[in-house]
Design a protein around this ligand. Structure first.
Ligand SMILES: [Zn+2]
Length: 364
């Protein structure tokens, strides 16, 4: 049986905010915040309490933690006692109440009083929900906290992304993508990871140089990476084709010279003479002639990598190069896929963190 939030709220008298996954209210006279992490199944507790004279609360809670298994990250700072404990056991609700009881005993033993998290006054404070944690503030501090967050948010909203910075970041990422893809191709590997490497670098640099990534900036960055993830494998293959054409036994001039001889043979010899002198039929000779001429044209039309790259689609259809098609498509798919996966993993978080709203309201 898992941790049951409603039952827990009923048995402790705490309120539960389903949206923010936080329990709040008074427990044994102490205002408490309990944030539940459902995926990892732990609770973050926060008590807004003062530090009685002569007590080092931070040292005390750290020492206390050593004696209580299951509690971690316990600390006292700025009028807040916080820490984490994992929900475990076969009766998680009961185990959690036991853990709370241990904490209450600690607070009672240290004779702490509930107080405002900002100024520490022990009178006239109320609980507020601030970004998913229930904290106590007096009304004056609540106003100041609200204003500070509002001002911060306004500053963040008004901050303009620098387009040149974002573009520069995107270009750096695209360059990384090209280089990694190229190196992996030369080493004989498919570029499973080059897309991700490019996207991570691009978004990191775009944020660094552009100050902020808007949705448009993020999409531009990813689109550039996708384009490059498509073009780079094509360029690598074009380079292979070009090298292949250069490394043939004969250059195009020599092939054309040979063709002149073949043509002369076909024009002057009878079919019987061709068969006895050359050892093939006239039709076969004609075919050899046609193919040789075609090859010479291919070589003359594609003298370098760039020419092969521009004309890649047509080259892929030739008998000589069509076997490379499958490998190229695989390379492109992996590159594009790794760009998309990396973008889906990083982009939403980056955009949310840049456009996130603070959440602050009084709890009643
Ligand atoms: Zn205050």
């Amino acid at each position: 049986m898992g941790f049951h939030t409603q039952r827990f709220a009923e048995s402790t008298g705490l309120c539960y905010d389903k949206k923010e996954c936080v329990f709040w209210g008074e427990y044994f006279g102490y205002p408490i915040s309990l944030c539940w992490n459902a995926q990892r199944n732990y609770l973050i507790f926060t008590f807004c309490v003062d530090q009685p004279e002569g007590v080092d609360m931070d040292a005390a809670i750290r020492e206390w933690q050593l004696q209580h298994a299951g509690f971690t990250n316990c600390q006292y700072q700025n009028n807040m006692l916080r820490g984490v404990f994992v929900i475990r056991g076969r009766k998680p609700n009961e185990a959690t109440i036991d853990n709370l009881q241990l904490l209450i005993e600690f607070l009672q033993q240290k004779r702490v009083s509930p107080c405002c998290a900002e100024c520490g006054t022990t009178t006239g404070h109320y609980q507020y929900l601030l970004n998913g944690t229930a904290l106590s503030f007096c009304s004056g501090c609540a106003d100041r906290v609200d204003q500070a967050y509002a001002a911060n948010q306004e500053e963040q909203t008004n901050r303009k992304a620098k387009p040149i910075g974002v573009a520069l970041g995107a270009l750096i990422g695209a360059a990384v993508l090209v280089i990694v893809t190229y190196i992996l191709y030369e080493l004989g590997y498919i570029a499973y990871i080059s897309g991700a490497a490019g996207v991570f670098t691009a978004l990191f640099c775009a944020k660094k140089f552009g100050g902020k990534i808007t949705l448009a900036g993020g999409l531009f960055t990813v689109a550039l990476c996708l384009l490059v993830a498509f073009l780079t494998p094509c360029f690598c293959v074009a380079k292979d084709f070009s090298e292949h054409l250069q490394s043939l036994d004969m250059n195009s001039a020599e092939i054309r010279e040979m063709c002149v001889d073949l043509k002369e043979a076909m024009d002057t010899l009878t079919s019987e003479e061709i068969e006895s002198y050359i050892g093939c039929t006239r039709a076969e000779l004609q075919q050899t002639y046609d193919e040789a001429l075609e090859m010479a044209d291919l070589m003359d039309d594609h003298p370098d990598t760039w020419a092969c790259f521009v004309d890649l689609a047509a080259l892929m259809k030739t008998e000589m190069f069509s076997p490379a098609k499958g490998e190229l498509i695989k390379n492109i798919l992996w590159g594009v896929l790794s760009v998309i996966i990396a973008a889906c993993c990083t982009l939403p978080g980056i955009i949310r963190s840049d456009n996130g709203k603070y959440r602050f309201r009084q709890l009643i």
